[in-house]
Design a protein around this ligand. Structure first.
Ligand code: PEP
Ligand code: MN
Length: 344
C-alpha cells in the first residue's frame, strides 16, 4: 500500500501517518520524491485495515499496490533513483562505464588495468576477489588479499570499487573494503544473502539470474530494500536461451521494461551477456541506446593469460574506444557521461 501525501504536507503530518502504520505492526517508509512524499507500507497483513489512514490530515490518496514488489516500484517513487557509489552517481541523467578484470589476479595486473580504465574515462572499477566458478578446479579468487589490492588501487587511481560477495562471510569483508557489493547471477535468489546485503552499509549491484524473469529480479531487489538498504543498482547480464552463437542472450528489452516498472538504475553487462570479445563494443552501444544507465565491461591487458573469462575481456585500447562511443550515443539522447572522481 502507498499513502500519497499532499505536496504541502508537513513533516508532522507525515510522521503521524508513519506512527499510525507502525502501531498496526507494519513497516512504513517515507519516500521523498521531487514533488511529493509517499509512505510505502510493507509487512504481513495487519488485522486492522491500514487504508483508514486516508482520513489523516495531509493525505492525498491511498493506493493499493497490486504488484508483489513495492519499494522498487515506480508507483512508490515516480522519479529515477540516483545511487552514489564511492562519490560517483549511477542513474539520473548521467551514464557510467564500469571496467576491470573478471578476477583480481595480482597487484600488478590490477594496477595495470585500473590505470588504463581511469585514463580512458571509466568512472568505476570492478574486479572479483571471490569468484563463483562453474568448476571447483577453476581459480576461485584471491579472497581477502584480493580485497586489499582493490582498496589500494582505489586510493592510487581514485576509482571507487565494486566487487562480488558470494556468501555472508565474504559479504562482511566486501562491505568493509569496497564501495559497492556485487551479488552475482548465481546468487540472485540466495534470499539469506540478499537479506544480509539489505543490512550492509554499502550500495548493492544486483545481477539478474541467468534464467530469472523481470519480476523475480525486482523481487530480489525488494528483499534487499525491505531490510533497509535502498541503494540498489540492477544489472542485465544475459539469459540462457537456445542460441549458441553467444554465451548468453543479452536481453536488452528488459531495460525499457524496468524503466517503466521501477525507479532503480540499471546497468548492462555485455561481457557476460555475449561471452565474446568482438561483441562487447556493439552491444555496449546498443545498451546505451535503449536507455541503460551504464555498462559493466571486463577488460584485461593480456586476455590470453587471464585466470577467468579471458575470451570476453576486451583490450584497454578497445575500452578507450568504448568510452568515447558510449559518450557520443549518450549525448544523442540528451545524457552525459557521469564525471569521474578527480585524480588527487
Ligand atoms: C562476474 O561479474 O564476473 C560474474 C561472475 O558475473 P555473473 O554473476 O553475471 O555470471
Ligand atoms: Mn567474469
Amino acid at each position: 500500500m502507498l499513502v500519497v501525501m499532499e505536496a504541502a504536507a508537513s513533516a508532522e503530518q507525515i510522521d503521524a501517518v508513519v506512527r499510525h502504520i507502525e502501531r498496526l505492526g507494519l513497516k512504513a517508509l517515507p519516500i521523498l520524491g521531487a514533488y511529493r512524499t509517499a509512505v510505502c507500507v510493507t509487512g504481513q497483513q495487519a488485522t486492522k485495515d491500514p487504508a483508514n489512514v486516508e482520513n489523516f490530515p495531509g493525505v492525498k490518496e491511498v493506493i493499493l499496490v497490486t504488484q508483489p514488489y513495492k519499494l522498487v516500484s515506480r508507483e512508490a517513487k515516480p522519479d529515477d533513483s540516483v545511487i552514489r557509489v564511492g562519490g560517483v552517481d549511477i542513474g539520473g541523467n548521467g551514464v557510467v562505464v564500469v571496467g576491470g578484470p573478471c578476477a583480481v589476479e595480482s597487484l600488478d595486473q590490477t594496477r595495470t588495468i585500473a590505470e588504463r580504465i581511469k585514463r580512458a574515462g571509466g568512472q568505476l572499477f570492478r574486479g572479483g576477489a571471490y569468484k563463483p566458478r562453474t568448476s571447483p578446479y577453476s581459480f576461485q579468487g584471491l579472497g581477502e588479499p584480493g580485497l586489499e589490492i582493490l582498496a589500494r588501487v582505489r586510493e592510487e587511481f581514485d576509482l571507487p570499487v565494486i566487487t562480488e560477495a558470494i556468501d555472508q562471510e565474504s559479504l562482511h569483508l566486501v562491505d568493509r573494503y569496497a564501495d559497492c557489493i556485487q551479488i552475482g547471477a548465481r546468487n540472485m535468489q540466495n534470499f539469506a544473502l540478499l537479506k544480509a546485503a539489505g543490512r550492509a552499509r554499502k550500495p548493492v549491484l544486483l545481477k539478474r539470474g541467468m534464467s530469472a524473469t523481470l519480476e523475480e529480479l525486482l523481487l530480489s531487489a525488494e528483499y534487499i530494500m525491505s531490510e533497509g538498504n535502498y541503494n540498489v543498482v540492477l544489472c542485465e547480464r544475459g539469459v540462457r536461451t537456445f542460441a549458441d552463437h553467444t554465451r548468453n542472450t543479452l536481453d536488452l528489452s528488459v531495460v525499457p521494461a524496468i524503466k517503466r516498472m521501477s525507479h532503480l538504475p540499471i546497468l548492462v553487462d555485455p561481457s557476460h551477456g555475449t561471452g565474446k570479445r568482438t561483441k562487447v563494443l556493439p552491444m555496449s552501444r546498443a545498451a546505451i541506446a535503449v536507455g541503460a544507465d551504464g555498462v559493466l565491461i571486463e577488460v584485461h591487458h593480456k586476455p590470453e593469460e587471464a585466470l577467468s573469462d579471458g575470451p570476453q575481456a576486451i583490450l584497454p585500447e578497445t575500452f578507450e574506444q568504448l568510452v568515447r562511443e558510449v559518450d557520443a550515443i549518450a549525448q544523442v539522447l540528451g545524457r552525459t557521461l557521469q564525471p569521474a572522481l578527480a585524480a588527487r
